[in-house]
Design a protein around this ligand. Structure first.
Ligand code: Q9C
Ligand code: ZN
Length: 675
């Protein structure tokens, strides 16, 4: 874990948590001057009237107005647009392409129409050049500020979009590839900012073909795109968006495509991709900054996308990315054509960036069966590049799914008035009945739910509160009254200072005892809680000659995080969990997990001890390297203080595990035997 830079992230988050997060918002009305000249025709020739172009100026106006009327914009750092310089565009585009965009607005209408017709889904007008320069320049502007640390994160409300634009051609409503230009700018022109690895998350419903090509061989940029693919029939079409497209040369493994097989993917599908692909890979990659190609055309109600992501879904997706790169996230608008959907979705995202209120909501359905198929195919394709993807997903996880029912086969969106998935009211209802509602999900009933529960997450606390684990105590926490201080808060006799407790003060649901083949020992000279004398540790490695008594408390994973925090640090602010769902999933195979954010604590090594009633048993102890340190005599073994030993003995006796004599001799043995 150390290589992921978690310690840095957590500690920096903790230290400035009381301050408000600085979120940049960039917008410029001049980007509204780019529009489809055909949209003016109805004024001239009413008989030629047709649907307005979906990539219209009102898109960014709708977002801007919404953010102002809701008062969110007033909480952000608002900036004016800035034009990109040609030398920066040249980082990703040819001179020929730059000349096309630079001159297209000063030529004739007829010439513009001819030029536009040479490309796929492109229009030009008098405002196109300026808008394209502003869109790219504005993304650079905020990316630079976020990289410098002047802003924590930012959203660039820009158009025209960028991710389809390739080195030498505009495409799919995109003129310059805004996100790609900003990415290369940070990497190549600003080495002073220390940005060496960039994660680009492209959640626009269309594949980001342009961005993929620009970083195809570049291992500094991890390009991750989730998009409708529909066997290569969905725009932009062909096999560029296939999951076998993983990059080339040094960049092999740094291009990840998650291609939906069909329409109607929603929150549950996207969050399954987050939990089982993006988040684990992002941990392993350790980006210095994240750029999001934030199209909102996978939103419910979008006329082109046919997907069903809710504003809450986008909020959770974004929230899960905030733990990386010290929260340095730059979002740039790409597609998204339902004005209400994009305004609400952007609003939800900015609220996440501001971190001023918890993300609240629930999910309605499981992922589609096809979603698990896609996730498994992607994991397999990339398993040799990312070790986190090599493990097979448990059947319990992938068995939670929604059957897919083909409703209307309308694949091409040849005209913009064509809703890809228009279904009758009745059919829509039938589908909803097939989708098992979230309320039917037994969320607190064993380990099968572990990964599913993360799909139904709000903030990390709400998410982890649904998961039960056994916390196994071998030290003073064997005594219930002492352990309850970590849950409800407080102080029992002979403790030197009170505990804060968990945010969730509910008592353990069950208590059990078990013995484990691990060595109990006492080390260190003095502790803040117990004063002079050693404290108990469990040897992290098992040893069949040993027998340690552990008291198992069934608590939630949220409470476990609070215990882990209190055992290790008096000051750590739990903005993010120390031990989350992903960690719980991986600990079964790895057996131990180091909570890097509190690595100065003596109990930051989480050990997996097996399962009880299907629920994972976790304890916390020192690192294996600490054991060597104790053995070396540098911080020798040490007898527990009288008070402390007494607390342990009382715990064992009250728990009816040993008689007073047996307990005393058990503790004594643990004290005297060398390691
Ligand atoms: N039959 C973005 O969302 N559709 N671009 C053309 C032709 C083009 C979408 C359909 C969709 C482009 C940024
Ligand atoms: Zn799109």
């Amino acid at each position: 874990m150390a290589s992921y830079g978690f310690n840095d992230q957590y500690s920096s988050m903790a230290s400035d948590s009381s301050e408000r997060r600085r979120v940049g918002l960039i917008y410029d009305e001049r980007m509204c001057l780019h529009s489809d000249p055909n949209d003016l025709l109805p004024l001239v020739k009413p008989d030629k009237a047709r649907e307005p172009h979906p990539e219209c100026p009102d898109r960014i106006r709708a977002i801007w107005n919404k953010l102002h009327s809701s008062g969110i914009a007033q909480r952000c750092v608002v900036m004016e647009g800035k034009e990109v310089e040609d030398k920066h565009i040249e980082l990703v585009h040819t001179k020929k392409h730059i000349n096309l965009i630079k001159n297209v607005s000063s030529t004739t209408n007829l010439r513009r129409e001819e030029l536009a017709n040479k490309y796929s889904s492109i229009y030009f007008n008098e405002g196109s050049t300026e808008a394209a320069y502003l869109a790219a320049g504005s993304v650079i502007e905020v990316a630079e500020k976020v990289a410098e640390g002047e802003l924590d994160s930012a959203f660039a409300i820009v158009r025209p979009p960028g991710h389809h634009a390739e080195e030498n051609q505009p495409m799919g409503f995109c003129l310059y590839n805004n996100v790609a230009i900003a990415t290369r700018y940070l990497l190549d022109n600003r080495p002073d900012l220390g940005i060496k690895k960039i994660l680009i998350v492209d959640w626009d419903v269309h594949h980001g073909n342009g961005t993929q090509k620009m970083f195809w061989k570049d291992p500094r940029v991890l390009f991750f795109s989730v998009h409708r693919y529909d066997s290569g029939t969905f725009y932009p079409g062909g096999d560029d968006g296939s999951h076998v497209m993983t990059g080339d040369g040094l960049g092999k493994g740094y291009n990840i495509n998650v291609p939906w097989e069909h329409d109607r993917c929603g929150d549950a599908d996207y969050l399954a991709v987050w939990d089982h692909l993006l988040i684990p890979v992002a941990k392993e990659f350790g980006p210095d900054i994240i750029l999001i190609s934030a199209g909102f055309d996978a939103a419910i109600g979008d006329p082109l996308g046919g997907c069903r992501v809710s504003p809450y879904g986008y909020a959770v997706m974004l929230n899960k990315l905030l733990v990386f790169a010290r929260g340095k996230i730059v979002m740039a608008l790409e597609g998204g054509y339902n004005l209400d959907s994009i305004a609400n979705s952007v609003q939800a995202c900015i609220e996440v960036l501001l971190q001023q209120k918890p993300v609240i909501g629930t999910l309605e359905a499981y992922p589609f069966e096809s979603t698990w198929r896609v996730i498994q195919a992607v994991r397999k394709e990339l398993s040799s590049f990312w070790k986190t993807l090599a493990e097979r997903l448990p059947e319990k996880v992938t068995s939670m799914r929604t059957p897919f029912i083909q409703v209307v086969s309308s694949d091409s969106e040849d005209e913009y008035d064509n809703f890809p998935n228009r279904v009758s009211q009745d059919l829509e209802k039938d589908i909803d009945n097939v989708i098992q509602p979230f309320s039917d999900l037994k969320v607190n009933d064993g380990p099968g739910i572990t990964s599913q529960a993360s799909i139904i997450s709000h903030t990390w606390r709400a998410e982890l509160s649904k998961i039960d684990i056994w916390y196994a105590a071998f030290g003073s926490n064997m005594k219930l009254s002492r352990f309850l201080c970590y849950i409800a808060g407080g102080q029992v006799e002979s403790m030197r200072k009170p505990c804060i407790g968990s945010l969730d003060k509910s008592k353990p649901k069950e208590i059990k005892w078990e013995t484990f083949p691990h060595r109990l020992f006492f080390a260190r000279e003095h502790t803040a809680t117990w004063g002079p004398g050693g404290v108990a540790f469990l040897h992290p490695e098992s040893n069949s000659d040993e027998k340690a008594y552990l008291c198992l408390y069934r608590i939630t994973l949220e409470q476990f995080n609070d215990v882990l925090c209190q055992e290790n640090s008096s000051s750590f602010d739990m903005k993010y969990p120390l031990f989350d769902m992903t960690d719980l999933q991986s600990i079964e195979n790895r057996k131990s997990f180091s909570a890097e954010a509190v690595k100065n604590g003596w109990y930051h090594n989480v050990l997996y001890l097996g399962k009880e009633n299907g629920i994972p048993i976790l304890t916390m102890t020192c690192q294996l390297s600490d054991v060597d340190y104790f053995k070396s005599g540098k911080a020798s073994m040490c007898k527990p203080s009288k008070e402390y030993a007494n607390t342990l003995i009382r715990g064992l006796v009250e728990g009816k595990q040993l008689t007073e004599e047996e307990a005393t001799s058990y503790i004594q043995q643990a004290t005297n035997r060398p390691l």
